[in-house]
Ligand binder design. Structure first.
Ligand code: IZC
Ligand code: ZN
Length: 406
């Protein structure tokens, strides 16, 4: 798949991503120096260049996962039985479990422990073809732990090989200490924004705007404070109840609104008009047993640029597998294979401010790409549940092969 004019692909344009049947790419010093039809690329190269024949297999940009909570400690497996018995996600949270259970375990973890736990998950993602990942904080709900989570992301970004984007999600749930004084917690999160920006700990701020968590009014205050110090903003919007998070994302000019299963169509249109990306998380929706986000309406009627993400987290989406998310998007939301590919490459990169670096095979960009064990794009979602990434490259270097990180 090749790039065109810059920006995400919106609405029906998501189907225009270019597929070259007999293509080739050339890499020099970690960058793409030629991309196109094989005869053209070959003609442009010196005769003595090292050539690799991948046997007609599919090559795509490295996948981008634009919504994860990958830095956390512990597990919520002890809540599985409750979930299987039909206890709703928000009821578990309201009773002091859910996110708050992970907060307790994360507060008790050192920086080194958080780095080790997240590194394992990032390596799984890498083995599945993901070369660029967004990672949220939000399991501290106090400055010391939120900072520790973001420092873990910084350290992991420095170690590489993946490109990481950090998001501050101090407003992920009401901190237990502030249960009786919710507005004081909103003040506290607002007060953290300047430190996040000054220390360069995150590129974005995010809010879980949901019934019993943060209202639209609280979310607006928090995100405006983020914008005032120069952070980009994102919203967990209209996932379970239609509160109006999507409309708020449009009002603020957010980079993305994420989830959107219950969003009103009028609000989705406002998002499209404001250039806000829709990040859909169908593995979460499946895990919670909810109605899928209306991806077809978003693309065909609203003209939205749709991206897809794992939402990797210990409660509502305990998986690192973006390929499975792609398969849910096709089979549960009726996205076409080429739309799905655009949603985990070009559009996903634009959702996290990496559109100029990741998500497209274009001359001059870092050579982040995947060689797949399949002959064409449709096979990425036709066959499901296994890892079909054969070789994963970042900066032209082989970093994972057949499920093993090198
Ligand atoms: O830990 O439950 N939805 N936040 C909002 C999450 C899911 C992550 C979690
Ligand atoms: Zn999330």
């Amino acid at each position: 798949m090749q790039g065109g004019p810059s920006g995400p692909l919106c609405g029906k344009a998501m189907r225009t991503a270019q597929v070259i049947c007999d293509g080739a790419i050339a890499v020099k010093d970690g960058r793409l120096v030629a991309v196109g039809e094989r005869p053209d690329v070959e003609a442009a190269l010196p005769a003595d260049v090292n050539r690799v024949d991948v046997g007609g297999r599919l090559v795509t940009p490295g996948l981008v996962d634009p919504h994860t909570h990958v830095v956390y400690a512990g597990s919520r497996a002890s809540e599985l039985e409750q979930k299987l018995n039909g206890v709703p996600y928000l009821d578990v949270l309201a009773a002091g479990g859910g996110i708050l259970s992970t907060v307790e375990q994360t507060r008790a973890s050192s920086l080194e422990e958080l780095i080790a736990a997240a590194k394992g998950r990032l390596e799984t993602m890498l083995a599945y073809g993901v070369t660029c990942v967004e990672a949220k904080s939000g399991y501290g709900l106090d400055w010391a732990t939120e900072e520790r989570q973001m420092l873990a992301v910084r350290e992991l970004a420095q170690r590489g090989p993946q490109r990481l984007v950090s998001t501050f999600l101090g407003a992920h749930a009401m901190a237990p200490e502030f249960r009786e004084h919710p507005s004081a917690f909103v003040d506290a999160v607002v007060g953290m924004m300047a430190r996040v920006a000054e220390q360069g700990l995150a590129a974005y701020a995010d809010v879980f705007c949901e019934t019993g968590v943060f209202s639209v009014e609280d979310s607006r205050r928090i995100l405006q404070a983020a914008q005032a110090v120069g952070l980009g903003v994102k919203i967990h919007a209209d996932e379970i109840n239609p509160l109006g998070g999507a409309a708020l994302a449009a009002e603020l000019g957010a980079a993305s609104a994420d989830h959107l299963c219950a969003a009103a169509t009028g609000d989705l249109i406002k998002m499209a008009e404001a250039g806000v990306l829709a990040v859909l998380l169908p593995a979460t929706t499946w895990y919670l047993g909810k109605e899928m986000a209306p991806a077809r309406r978003m693309i065909d009627e609203c003209g939205l640029a749709v991206a897809l993400a794992t939402d990797c987290n210990p409660g509502s989406s305990p998986t690192e597998n973006l390929q499975l998310v792609m398969q849910f998007a096709a089979h549960q939301m009726r996205m076409t294979p080429i739309e799905v590919l655009a949603a985990v490459t070009r559009n996903a990169a634009y959702a996290i401010g990496c559109g100029a670096v990741s998500g497209q095979l274009e001359v001059g960009r870092p050579a982040d790409f995947v060689i797949w064990d399949v002959p064409d794009v449709s096979h990425l979602v036709y066959h499901f549940g296994t890892n079909q990434a054969a070789e994963v490259y970042i900066d032209g270097r082989l970093v994972a092969k057949r499920g093993c990180v090198l």
